[in-house]
Design a protein around this ligand. Structure first.
Ligand code: SF4
Ligand code: SF4
Length: 469
């Protein structure tokens, strides 16, 4: 019997309630048309870029390895189409930079024979060969990364450091970002595969408790998964109040198991939780049970002025322009196109940018929706402080970033900012808080990394000297 929790809960600190605008929630997912060419960036994950193992002229199939992991924190990349590699070059990505990418011209749709394309639901109980180690190996080999946007290689999260002991897996089915409905559609359309994916994740980290947190604005998904979860005694569906940014790892841990994750470098597993997105649970199912590499994903293409917004199953490397065309094309006038939703998404400078492992949405805002009001002086109202889910002082962090006072910004814990934008959303003076804090956080993180590298080099040199004696 499943353990259905009737009472809702949420995280304690801060949070806001932006308009939901989930205009695509009841639109069933359809497969996006194959593009003429895919462009697959080598950095689709946190960590080292993948290293190409193909070159111009090579023929590939859907699911062929085209780039291997470039280090311990990295992930391999697989072709999402069949065709011919035409070049390894650079391409614009959603971060606004040109980065190395593999270009493939599409020819037909021929899949690697090793991928099981059947619809048959594989159950964990039918696969005694799946040890924890084997699950992690298959997840790693198939290039699975966090699908909620963070893109951290999943296999690493499934092998926590010896100092931390996992006690549960928490699945993020919250989708609190306005407009986006890709995870909701996935839960409605593939609940069985998601539940087996949760079991696999639980087995991988040797825990017997699994939770799926879903906000109460998705009653159909809660009801469906609660019904399906009756077959799983150790997976509990947890309805959560609607509050942004509940999908943040630390906020989700607080909302679901009421434990507080300390400041960085602490991570959820330090309080026992391994957190994964619902899309990751599905990708894990496909990787482990179907030997299917991560080369396609659910993407919401949305915006109030789009003629026909929708949810799509999209091959990685498909350009945003093609998805927008499938929704009736760009509305007239100036538009702002975001990779992601309006709170955390990044504005792209060209619709040539392509879908990658972390693209959950392409959001088109008209200039009227997107236009920011002119920033006024801070009136010290403290609303940004009340809204911050990390307990930070956003007005101060933004000011320190503008002043380039990196030492003080670090002392004020700028690395803890999760870039949720709640502060900026709530500011009555329309201060560009997130923009400034994001810039400052990037610089401070760089300083911290350099300091750590210098300390490690000094320790290594001292050790080498000691060994010589
Ligand atoms: S963007 Fe950072 S500072 Fe602003 S509310 Fe979110 S966590 Fe706090
Ligand atoms: S919400 Fe805006 S005006 Fe109020 S304290 Fe923060 S930065 Fe200042």
């Amino acid at each position: 019997m499943s353990l259905f929790c009737k009472n809702t809960s949420t995280f304690k600190k801060g949070g806001v309630h932006p308009d939901e605008n989930k205009i695509t929630s009841e639109i069933a997912t359809r497969a996006a048309a194959l593009p003429k060419q895919v462009v697959l960036p080598l950095s689709q994950h946190i960590g080292a870029p993948a290293k190409p193992v193909v070159q111009k002229g090579d023929k590939v199939k859907v699911g062929t390895l085209i780039a291997e992991a470039g280090g311990f924190v990295s992930a391999p990349i697989f072709s999402s189409v069949s065709g011919t590699v035409v070049k390894v070059d650079t391409a614009w990505d959603a971060s606004g930079y040109k980065r190395p990418a593999i270009y493939i011209d599409v020819e037909g749709d021929v899949w690697e024979d090793s991928i099981d394309r059947s619809e048959k639901l594989e159950k964990l109980s039918d696969h005694p060969e799946l040890t924890s180690e084997e699950i992690v190996n298959r997840v790693r080999a198939n290039g699975v990364v966090g699908m909620g946007g963070a893109c951290f290689p999943t296999s690493i999260k499934l092998t926590p450091p010896p100092t931390a002991k996992a006690t549960c897996v928490i699945i993020n089915g919250v989708e609190c970002e306005p407009y986006i409905t890709a995870d909701y559609r996935l839960m409605m359309e593939h609940p069985d595969e998601i539940l087996v994916g949760v079991e696999l994740l639980m087995k991988a980290v040797n825990v017997n408790e699994g939770y799926i947190g879903i906000e109460t604005n998705k009653p159909k998904a809660i009801a469906l998964l609660e019904n399906k979860a009756k077959a799983y005694s150790n997976i509990k569906i947890v309805p959560l109040d609607c509050k942004y940014p509940q999908g943040g790892e630390k906020q989700l841990v607080d909302a679901v198991i009421h434990r507080e994750v300390p400041a960085p470098p602490a991570i959820p597993v330090n309080v026992g939780a391994v957190v994964q997105n619902v899309g990751t649970a599905y990708a894990v199912y496909q990787a482990v049970m179907k030997n299917k590499p991560l080369f396609e994903r659910y993407v919401t293409v949305t915006g109030k002025q789009l003629h026909a917004p929708g949810n799509f199953l999209v091959r990685m490397g498909t350009p945003f322009s093609q998805l927008i065309e499938a929704c009736g094309g760009l509305p007239e006038g100036d538009n702002k196109i975001l990779a992601g939703g309006p709170m955390m998404g990044k504005a792209v400078t060209t619709t040539d940018v392509t879908v990658v492992k972390g693209t959950n949405s392409v959001t088109v805002l008209t200039n009227t929706d997107a236009k920011r009001k002119e920033a006024q002086n801070c009136i010290r109202c403290g609303k940004c402080v009340s809204a911050c889910p990390m307990g930070l002082e956003p007005y101060l962090l933004a000011q320190l970033s503008s002043l380039k006072d990196w030492e003080r910004a670090e002392k004020e814990d700028i690395p803890s900012c999760i870039e949720c934008g709640s502060c900026q959303f709530t500011c009555p003076a329309h201060r560009p808080l997130l923009d400034n804090i994001r810039m400052g956080k990037g610089t401070v993180m760089g300083i911290i990394r350099e300091r750590a590298a210098a300390a490690k080099a000094a320790a290594d040199a001292a050790k080498a000297k000691e060994e010589k004696k």
